[in-house]
Write a protein that binds this ligand. Structure first.
Ligand code: NAD
Length: 291
């Protein structure tokens, strides 16, 4: 039986830490960090995500600044809002909820966000800094995975880490973080020839493919640490991961459940990124004032 990594408990610790950091920031600077959420259209899942993000930020003392735009909003209108938020000192972080309606280019709009306010870590500047080993803002889910590995006591240096999935949001930044942490990284995706063999070689296996139960018991080495990023809706409406939890928990050394693993970490890291962004903006303003 493996150790079940309790993402809810780890996320609660992160939130408590962030709440203390928020109060320190307020005491030092006299203003509250603020998270601007931008929601375009009426995708029901996006509404739920944004509501959770707003509520969670308020719970740790971050001011929530919400903008809701109709589905027919033009790209120019959205660009104007992002520019206004970039220039607003009360806004520490900007979260553009994706996907956006088809008349809007989500990548182009993401790229407009000031990298210092890019709490999703998705702008080309922050993605580039991550690839170069620089110190930018890092995407929330991959940061959450790294925190779970730390808490689980994973020995990363020299370990063979296999990442399944190569999205901009999860797989790619995660592979970069694991590489920076001195893992030997194998990056798998939908065109990988022999996924099972690659996975069986993993000391650390990260599943982020969005395929229910893609990783079964035969694909996991005894004692491996398995992190399941997948959140898939089953036929019965329940959440299912990318890992066959019941089978793999008998083999893995440690494993995250779905729900209750990576999911709670994503919002916790968003809150952490917002305070970090607020600090960086203060430092940038102070540096500019001295020039
Ligand atoms: P995505 O669809 O953008 O990317 C999926 C990736 O998996 C692709 O790179 C693809 O090549 C790879 N893939 C697909 N099928 C595969 C297969 N059969 N074998 C190997 N690789 C395969 O998805 P994403 O945005 O990276 O999300 C991945 C999963 O993680 C989804 O289930 C998503 O809901 C979940 N997710 C969870 C959180 C969270 O907070 N828990 C956050 C983001 C994403």
């Amino acid at each position: 039986m493996s150790q079940i990594i309790d993402g809810k408990a780890v996320a609660a610790d992160v939130r408590a830490r962030v709440a203390a950091e928020v109060e320190e920031f307020v005491a030092a600077h006299g203003v509250r960090p603020g998270l601007a959420t931008v929601l375009v259209g009426d995708d029901p899942a996006s509404h739920v995500y944004v509501r959770n993000k707003r509520r969670s930020s308020e719970e740790v003392g971050i001011a929530s600044i919400h903008h809701e735009l109709p589905a027919e909003t033009s790209q120019e209108e959205l660009a104007e809002l992002i520019t206004t938020l970039n220039e607003d000192d009360a806004v520490s972080g900007i979260l553009l909820q994706l996907p956006v309606p088809p008349q809007i280019d989500g990548d182009a709009m993401t790229a407009l966000v000031d990298p210092l306010k890019d709490v999703d870590g998705l702008t080309p500047v922050n993605a580039g800094l991550l690839m170069q080993g620089g110190d930018g803002l890092v995407p929330c889910t991959p940061r959450g995975v790294m925190e779970l590995l730390r808490v689980a006591g994973a020995e990363l240096r020299g370990a063979r880490a296999v990442v399944v999935g190569r999205s901009k949001l999860v797989g790619k930044p995660l592979a970069a973080l694991l590489l920076a942490a001195d893992c030997t990284v194998i990056h798998c995706h939908s065109r990988t020839r022999d996924l099972a063999t690659e996975c069986r070689g993993a000391d650390i296996l990260i599943a982020a493919a969005g395929q229910p139960k893609l990783i079964n018991g035969d694909m996991v080495r005894e004692g491996a640490i398995v992190i399941d990023v997948g959140t898939n809706r089953g036929d019965d409406g329940k959440l299912v991961g990318d890992v066959d939890f019941e089978a793999v928990k008998e083999i893995a050394g440690a494993i995250t459940p779905v729900p209750g693993g990576v999911g709670p970490m994503t919002i916790a890291m968003l809150l952490s990124n917002t305070v970090e962004a607020a600090r960086r903006q203060v430092a940038a303003r102070e540096a500019a004032a001295q020039r």
